[in-house]
Design a protein around this ligand. Structure first.
Ligand code: F1P
Length: 364
């Protein structure tokens, strides 16, 4: 066991708190290099978009696909790279033309590279890629790569790479659909969230110090479901706690049996589905659960039902706020891991990239 060289969680904390600055840097770089406009002129937009990744990058794909459909009006879905490899007929059923987008912070993940090679080399399909690294295999295989270098991390777990790749894909959607007002909203987000981040980080740290939980549930609908999935992964990776995610209203259909005061149920509340989601929140509170509510604006009823309320108060449209919402899940994982004596910079059992070799069954 090497000598501990830094305070546990140092890199991860710095990377989480650097996100507003990082987002601004990534978006400015894309604009200065005119990368989005060039990507937008590559080829005619096909009718169906498929976003592909693994782990956190698959959850980027979930949030990016929801954003893509909302911003462009085109069909968009997310698929784990392993599904593409093991069940190709399920994911490309119907044979209609589609645009694959491959998402990988490192550009080295074996399953993503296998899909990229199959699509580009065997099926002669042009792929788009998004990554936080350069001079890596995915960039060499894909027709064009959106590279967000300021977002790369020293840490194992993905935090600013997750939000920056989501923002990069949302900015590409705005470019592709000529949605100038949405493009402008994305560029306003960093400065607005910078003003809120410190108080959110402080509230979460204090809350985690005061309370202990046996398990964690994260709920979200629409584009927030990908964020709920990412939040449960952050808490698992950084604190080795039991965490799950569901579509908010799905929680009623059985999983709510788990609710107790030791269950922390986090709601990523949408604007679009607020009234229906609020009812689940009040039901969980009535069952004795502990609630963490992440919302853009809160009314008296939400304040009443939340054991911890994180109100973002951002002056940008709903889909432009998604990157800011997930930060609460990142900070919950970090603080919980530190409290439990783990080092979030060195999560148990994990590697920064999953490289499969000839002995791994997924190596198809
Ligand atoms: C994907 C990934 C991460 C996970 C861990 C292992 O990496 O599964 O989501 O947190 O770091 O790798 P990448 O393809 O985005 O580089």
């Amino acid at each position: 066991m090497g000598v501990q060289t830094t305070i546990p969680g140092t890199h991860t904390r710095e990377e989480i708190l650097s996100q507003p600055r990082c987002w601004g840097e990534c978006l400015r770089t894309l604009d200065e290099k005119d990368q989005l406009r060039r990507m937008g002129t590559l080829w005619a937009p096909p009718p169906d978009w498929v976003f592909i990744g693994c782990g956190s990058s698959y959850y980027v794909a979930l949030a990016a696909a929801a954003s893509w459909a909302a911003v462009t009006g085109l069909r968009a879905r997310a698929v784990p790279a392993s599904e593409w490899l093991l069940f190709p007929n399920l994911v490309s059923a119907g044979g209609s033309p589609f645009q694959p987008v491959l998402i990988s912070r490192s550009g080295y993940t074996s399953e993503v590279l296998q899909v990229a090679r199959q699509l580009e080399l065997e099926q002669n399909r042009r792929t788009l890629a998004v990554s936080c690294a350069t001079h890596q295999p995915l960039e060499e295989i894909s027709a064009m790569t959106l590279t967000l270098l300021p977002a790369d991390e020293k840490s194992m777990v993905m935090t600013r790479s997750f939000t920056s790749m989501l923002l990069g894909l949302q900015a590409l959607a705005a470019e592709w659909a000529h949605r100038q007002e949405f493009a402008a909203a994305l560029r306003k987000l960093p400065a607005q969230f910078e003003l809120r981040l410190e108080s959110i980080a402080q509230s979460l740290a204090e809350f985690v110090q005061k309370r202990d939980f046996a398990n964690y549930v994260f709920l979200g609908q629409g584009p927030y479901f990908g964020l709920a999935a990412e939040a449960q992964l952050k808490v698992k990776e950084m604190s080795c706690s039991y965490a799950q995610s569901f579509h908010t209203l799905e929680f009623r259909h059985g999983p709510k049996a788990i609710v107790s005061p030791e269950t922390l149920v986090t709601f990523f509340l949408s604007e679009t589905g607020l009234e229906a989601e609020r009812e689940v929140l009040e039901e969980v509170k009535g069952l004795g659960g502990t609630t963490l509510v992440v919302t853009n604006r809160a009314d008296a009823a939400l304040r009443q039902a939340a054991d911890l309320l994180l109100e973002l108060n951002l002056e940008v449209e709903e889909y432009a706020r998604l990157a800011a919402f997930i930060v609460a899940g990142q900070l919950l994982g970090l603080n919980t891991g530190l409290k439990k004596g783990y080092d979030p910079d060195r999560p148990r059992h994990l590697s920064r990239v999953v490289i499969l070799n000839e002995h791994n069954s997924a190596d198809v």
